[in-house]
Design a protein around this ligand. Structure first.
Ligand code: ZN
Length: 276
């Protein structure tokens, strides 16, 4: 079995604040260390389980947080950005996808660092009327490539979000319990490593039995991005194919699910450079 791991940082062991996930900030080295810790636990569990290979995609911010020199043989690290499929770049051809260090979508209560791609500009995202965060959109891209999502790890909120979208056959692994956006009940790294290892093995058992969920949606795809301000929407309006349906909401319709990734990424980039 070829295993794919998309590794974000906000949902990692012990991480609770923006300064712990922002390159150059004083807490960043802690966030980086915990992302690596959780990723290594998942990698070693997959290799122990008997995976033929493991591909790890660094999926946070600049996507150069993980140090390839720390990984054992049979692991490939996808490092750096931009990547056309972003957090699930290179997932095609794998037998199971695992999302770790994930966080809940923007607007979720009791969720550590809840956001959808950008805390600064994105209020919410829908595809075909369904509210999606990063977990949902990435699962949709995996599904379009016939790759099941076998497991999601992060805080309790993202586990609930993932289960409600992907169903009960999805394995989830909660490493902390959000008290708010910037606080949580956390577990020690030794405990979370054990939790992750156990969950990965169960998830790969399920994937091997064909029981992991594959998220599918029918074309055409209508994506709706709502921004925090009208200035963000003004700037996002520069992206070809965008239609403005209200002061802060842009819509894009396509037959090609992967165009949604390009459109969302470009729109968010434009909005991020808007004035106030
Ligand atoms: Zn992130």
């Amino acid at each position: 079995m070829k295993v794919y791991i998309s590794s974000d940082m906000e949902g990692s062991t012990g991480v609770v604040s923006a300064e712990q996930v922002t390159y150059g900030d004083p807490g960043y080295e802690f966030g980086r260390r915990m992302q690596l810790h959780d990723t290594m636990a998942a990698v070693s569990a997959a290799l122990d389980w008997g995976a033929e290979s493991v591909t790890v995609n660094d999926s946070h911010d600049r996507m150069t947080n993980l140090d390839v020199s720390m990984f054992p043989p049979r692991v490939t690290l996808i490092s750096g950005t931009p990547k056309i499929l972003g957090m699930v770049e290179g997932v095609s051809g794998h037998d199971a996808a695992i999302f770790i260090g994930y966080h809940a979508m923007a607007g979720t209560e009791k969720a550590v660092l809840d956001h959808t791609y950008s805390s600064k500009v994105v209020y919410g995202l829908k595809v075909n009327g369904i509210r999606l965060g990063e977990t949902g959109l990435n699962a949709l891209f995996c599904g379009a490539l016939d790759v099941p999502v076998s497991m999601v790890a992060g805080d309790t909120a993202v586990c609930l979000e993932a289960s409600s979208l992907l169903g009960e056959t999805l394995l989830t692994c909660a490493l902390k319990d959000g008290l708010g956006r910037n606080s949580a009940l956390t577990k020690t790294p030794d405990e979370t490593a054990d939790l992750l290892k156990e969950a990965v093995k169960k998830a790969l058992d399920a994937a091997a039995e064909g029981k992991s969920p594959v998220l599918k949606m029918e074309a055409p795809y209508k994506a709706e991005l709502t921004f925090h301000t009208t200035a963000h929407a003004d700037a996002a309006g520069l992206v070809p194919g965008s239609e403005r349906i209200s002061g802060r909401t842009m819509v894009f319709t396509t037959e090609d699910i992967f165009e949604i990734r390009r459109w969302c990424s470009s729109s968010i980039d434009c909005a991020s450079h808007a004035g106030h």
